[in-house]
Design a protein around this ligand. Sequence first.
Ligand SMILES: [Zn+2]
Length: 272
Amino acid sequence: MKEIKENPLPYYFNNLTWAEAGEIVKENPLLLLPMGTVEPHGPHGPLNTDLVISSETSIRAAKKLRKMGMETFILPSINYAVANYASCFPGSISISENAFRFLVEDICLALINQGFNKIFIINNHFEPEHVKLIYSIIDNICKITGVQICYLDLTRKDRAELLGEEFRSGECHAGSYETSLVMAADLNLVRENIKKSLPYVPINLVEVIDKGMKDFKQMGLKEAYCGSPAQASVEEGNRLYETIVDLIVDSATKYKQGSYTDEPGFYGNINK
Ligand SMILES: [Zn+2]
């Protein structure tokens, strides 16, 4: 393990050699699997917003878990997802449910077959169809292998409560919440001049999705955002990461002990 820790990029599974991977499997480390999508996030935020947040969350969580003595690596991320709500805007790339399912299942099964059976999905794309699909994939992998994949659904009420007023109120697409998290990860990714002039868009996504709307323009997100991106700040982003990382550390600890199960949050429950 000493050699691995001296590697300049010690947290990324892909930086291991096959010999090192063969060594660490004996310790059954926690493997974080970051997920995002290519989806419009306002005129100010990058298409890659969700993955930027998942990647930054993963590295911050991995550092904290390692400090606590839990061996943790970050898997190569999954950058595509089912993302239809923003498909009316340029730049959006959505893949089919089957394509996503096969990709995630194949990756997890390949790892499980080698003895890596502690995989933790870090997802920040909350489109209900996508979240439901993640739960379905987890169920299927468990049916096939008996191995439980871990997923922490941030949209669950008790967790949303911790993530600020905007997130709790369902105005959470490219608003202050997501924009702050991107800014804290990489300030260059947000167009500050545009961001600071954007008006507040008070649309509760939970409500409009519940009414059956499946298109951001139809929902009233004329520029592919809601909430208050102008309010976003690096400080708020760092505060949010701390809260999210604490939730992950808590779930990871229970997961490693074998006692972790999760229930879908408000998006995962929609149209069930
Ligand atoms: Zn997003």
